[in-house]
Write a protein that binds this ligand. Structure first.
Ligand code: WT7
Length: 658
């Protein structure tokens, strides 16, 4: 249905298609086994059919899909296309940091290269089930390396190349990852990022040097003839380009059980160390394939561009796996939306004739600031579907995207999902679902969304005075793309997702659902903030701050920000003997950059004599949030504070800094 409609329709073709979606959605949740069984055989090639569709439950945390079935994701993404006459079609178009740095690879090219990488990894001892950490720039070799891991059954753990040595080290050590794949340098906005140097530094942290045995290094500008390495070789280092070049360009795909681990991806939570969410082969592959095809209404000849980084789940599902599983052409982008100028995205749309374009509200707001001229200068008529992801999109940005970029001719798909969900769980379908700015609209097939009362945990049955249901965003039954566990810590997985509201998957978000069933995501319920679409745990930033000797205690909250959505605001209590100074504040900022990464740098650091704490010593972040939001007339009950006078001190301090 959706997949066969022409996307460039708005308003949608009529009630009929919406009714068809509704009927199909209803079937998919009333008979999930029937729906997913059919879908799994229709969308994927299996080496061995599965024995069961769905087993296990949220209650026991033992969900499994398609068990007994055998398949390989890289086979489905590459061999399957080559065998269905797509060998010479372009699989991947890459545009580097400089607009004239372009590479195009056919499905046959990609398969050969992925096979060579697979063989190179195998030759060095990488085996099925090993965790391979990938810390690379957005170059085609990153996608190929991910696919090579899938091909041999190694579990990749991609760490966004904006993370610091400290954060990378933590992830290597938490996953006991013996293998690390990196590049000499990355490029972004005309600047070089010394990735290999950061890796060397990471290996000096904790037990990383012991854990990590081999470091594979791609050379960013390797042309095949250089004999000298472009970086200083250490004892664990292996030059990737020459090693790969001598490998046989075919490697048989590993026969993976549908429930064999596919990859892990670390994501922030409200407490402690980021969790390594584990996705499994069959369910993820199916969900990535279907959501890409249906949400973006993919057609033969489309050029699908998701401009996210592969360091995040969006890059996994919608730069690499989803488009290739569909035999589509995927576009991979290394640079930023404003390099060399603010017309970069639109220039790319025009030059490559991009048909689907997928970005985050923060980028839209940033570009909107520069005015309408940039998008008007380019021919954007190839566009059919515009996607948004990462945070709620404000209606003003939605309209700009719709009118100025899409010329009121494109559907905007507002896709709500998470690292944990593997792919879209709530989204409109182009030409099918009438859009409402700011709403991610209706659930995807197989997704049974519910709104729970935060106190009783029961499904809301009565709307509020405005006719909406506002409460906890939860999902009532398993879907194939869901993460199965947190690597090495299933208890944490249960505690965070499945135990808070027994029988439901808890998203961590609050939602308002209107009388037509449209979802409007309000935001996180936990101590997670969303900066430019990046999920950041306040606990992580706090621990980065207290790592500095000057900081005795820190409390971090989100503050509304025009472009980033939220910005980080940190309240710091100093250790005795330290004085506030501009230098110190600068140092504290640096401290966060080196502990986590530049994208987590606080916008505001407030040095304070004390923090609003209850008598039992719990920091009342709610009050800090109100203060930074300027909502000081609705602070709520402050009587439980050990020292209520701190509130005024903080208000004065924040006002003086703004
Ligand atoms: C959190 C998940 C999924 C890829 C990007 C972020 C927020 C995501 C939307 C949207 C409103 C959204 C939620 C969610 N979020 N998409 N379309 N509308 N909020 O992945 O880092 O796992 O973060 O991002 O709060 O829980 P993530």
């Amino acid at each position: 249905m959706a997949a066969n409609t022409i996307a460039k329709v708005f308003p949608p073709k009529g009630d009929l298609v919406l009714e068809q979606y509704k009927a199909k959605h209803k079937d998919s949740i009333t008979d999930p086994n029937g729906f997913w069984e059919k879908a799994a055989y229709e969308h994927l090639d299996w080496f061995e059919p599965f024995e069961e569709v769905l087993e296990g439950s949220f209650e026991h945390g033992d969900v499994r899909w398609f068990s007994g079935g055998q398949l390989n994701l890289s086979y489905n993404a590459l061999d399957r296309q080559v065998r269905s006459e797509k060998a010479n079609e372009i699989a991947l178009v890459w545009e580097g940091d400089e607009p004239d740095d372009i590479r195009k690879l056919s499905y046959a090219d990609l398969l050969r290269k992925v096979c060579q990488i697979s063989n190179a990894l195998t030759a060095t001892g990488v085996k099925k089930g090993d965790v391979v950490t990938i810390y690379m720039p957005m170059i085609p070799e990153l996608a190929m390396t991910m696919l090579a891991c899938c091909r041999i059954g190694a579990i990749h753990s991609v760490v966004f190349a904006g993370f610091s040595a400290e954060a990378l080290g933590q992830r290597i050590s938490a996953a006991k990852s013996k293998f690390l794949i990196t590049a000499d340098i990355g490029k972004r906005g005309g600047k070089s990022i010394p990735l290999k140097k950061i890796v060397n530094d990471a290996l000096t942290k904790g037990d990383c040097d012991e854990v990590c045995q081999h470091v594979f290094v791609w050379e960013r500008f390797h042309k095949g003839s250089e004999s000298e390495p472009t970086f200083e070789m250490g004892p664990k280092d292996i030059r990737m380009d020459p090693l790969v070049a001598v490998q046989r360009p075919y490697c048989p795909p590993a026969r993976m059980d549908a429930e064999d681990s596919l990859f892990i991806l670390y994501t922030s939570g409200s407490t402690g160390m980021p969790k390594g969410l584990l996705h499994s082969t069959g369910g993820y592959a199916l969900y990535a394939k279907m959501t890409t095809q249906i949400t973006f209404d993919l057609h033969p000849g489309d050029l699908f561009a998701c401009v996210a980084d592969c360091g995040w789940i969006t890059g996994h599902t919608y730069v690499v796996y989803g488009p290739l599983l569909n035999g589509s052409t995927t576009f991979m982008f290394e640079s930023t939306p404003v390099y060399p100028d603010e017309g970069r995205y639109w220039d790319m749309v025009q030059r490559h004739k991009i048909t689907q374009f997928y970005t985050a509200p923060t980028a839209i707001r940033l570009l909107m600031r520069y005015g309408d001229l940039a998008p008007q200068k380019y021919d954007l008529s190839s566009l059919k579907v515009l996607g948004t992801v990462g945070e709620p999109i404000n209606p003003e940005a939605w309209r700009w995207y719709y009118e100025v970029v899409g010329k009121s001719q494109c559907s905007i798909v507002d896709t709500y999902w998470q690292t944990e969900t593997g792919g879209h769980v709530i989204t409109n379908l182009p030409g099918v679902t009438p859009m409402k700015p700011g709403s991610c609209t209706l659930p995807f097939y197989g997704i049974d969304t519910v709104v729970l009362d935060p106190h009783t945990g029961k499904e809301l049955t009565e709307p509020d005075d405005s006719g909406n249901f506002e409460g906890v965003m939860a999902i009532k039954q398993p879907w194939p793309g869901m993460a199965r566990t947190c690597l090495g810590d299933h208890e944490r997985y249960m505690t965070v997702y499945l135990k808070p509201y027994p029988g439901y998957y808890f998203t961590g978000d609050t939602v308002s659902r209107d009388s037509e069933g449209y979802h409007f995501i309000i935001g996180r319920m936990d101590d997670v903030i969303n900066v430019s679409g990046h999920r950041i745990g306040t606990a992580e930033v706090e621990s980065a701050l207290v790592a500095h000797p000057a900081v005795a205690q820190a409390a971090v909250v989100g503050q509304p920000h025009d472009i980033k959505g939220q910005a980080i605001c940190a309240f710091c209590m100093l250790t005795v003997g330290y004085e506030e100074s501009p230098e110190l504040v600068k140092e504290l900022r640096m401290s966060v950059r080196t502990e986590i990464g530049a994208f987590c740098t606080p916008d505001l650091i407030v040095v304070t004599p004390s923090l609003p704490m209850t008598r039992s010593g719990k920091i009342m972040r709610r009050i800090l949030r109100k203060i930074v939001c300027g909502e000081t007339d609705s602070l709520g009950d402050t009587s439980t504070l050990a020292d209520p006078s701190i509130v005024q001190t903080l208000i004065d301090k924040v006002t003086s800094l703004k």
